[in-house]
Write a protein that binds this ligand. Sequence first.
Ligand SMILES: Cc1ncc(C[n+]2csc(CCOP(=O)(O)OP(=O)(O)O)c2C)c(N)n1
Ligand SMILES: [Mg+2]
Length: 364
Amino acid sequence: MTVSELPAHATAAREAAPPLPDQEPYRLLGTRAPDPELWPRLHRELVRGRRYNTQATALTRQGRLAVYPSSAGQEACQVAAGLALGPRDWLFPSYRDTLAAVVRGLDPAAALTLLRGDWHTGYDPHTHRVAPLCTPLATQLPHAVGLAHAARLRRDDLAVLALVGDGGTSEGDFHEALNFAAVWRAPVVFLVQNNGYAISVPLAKQTAAPSIAHKAVGYGMPGRLVDGNDAPAVHDALTGALARARAGGGPTLIEALTYRLDAHTNADDATRYRTDAEVAAWRARDPLTLMERELRAHGLLADEDAAAAHEAAERTAAALREALSGDPELTPGDLFSHVFATPTPQLDEQRAHLDRAARQRELS
Ligand SMILES: Cc1ncc(C[n+]2csc(CCOP(=O)(O)OP(=O)(O)O)c2C)c(N)n1
Ligand SMILES: [Mg+2]
């Protein structure tokens, strides 16, 4: 028996094989005339985003934040992700994607609740359609596919953007999410921010694939490689893939080549696994510098515009310092809230036990 003799439902959709991704990353900076509205907006958000990163890192040193996985160097991906989404779309971020959530509209301090060591997400995911920041690698991906699939079943034409790191692509959840996204033609876009490392493990020890974007083809979806430090290119690739998803065209995998300029978190010493020369080479491709240079070359960024962008960024940083200056007010019983819609008897029992212990402490 040959493949063509098998019944259609028992064969893979071979004739519809998507093309292999380009070897060269997609770029817009230096290749086309700037969009006079969008590109300066991207620049303003990049400036604010960098300041947000430096401020949050400073707050870890002051003991105001437990941990901060900085996205300094990756702001083009973060800003593009936050701005490419439509109002009804959903964002599924990882721990490194606080900035994307802030650009999407989340309160800058609320976005840090989890990283402050408080409990729960700290914001209502429905308000801005931002799912909780996920620390267990790649767990956000099946969640994203589930929401996208449910939306499609309801004929709700929203799209979902799921963010993941290069290391996260080695998780089983990555495979399961991409496989079923393609089988169900779910309206979801996967953006892999390939910053070259999973903590200290370089990508070469993670995969032998020609690129992460190539993996898309095996699942039956298009894969694209983009320059992750080129904010307009990432924005354009995401906008196109999200529109395709909303129109019923199915999922897309986008790999953005980028670099984290800071260590993995404030608890990591990056000098133990990468050289100063490597960091310097990426600093020369800082997404902010690339954007600023391009706008100035086209007369789209005057000194006053740059100053205004920095002033706005300072206001965000000052508000963040203010919001995190006091200790959080914690109610131990909150530990049991928001876990189940209907608490289990065991949780009720534990909550009662905690209440009793708290009352005894007050009496003693
Ligand atoms: C399931 C799981 N295993 C291990 C970890 C520990 N861990 C936290 S971050 C990280 C590296 C992830 O690297 P990558 O996906 O490239 O994202 P990046 O931190 O570079 O943004 C690891 C292994 C985890 N959080 N979850
Ligand atoms: Mg990584």
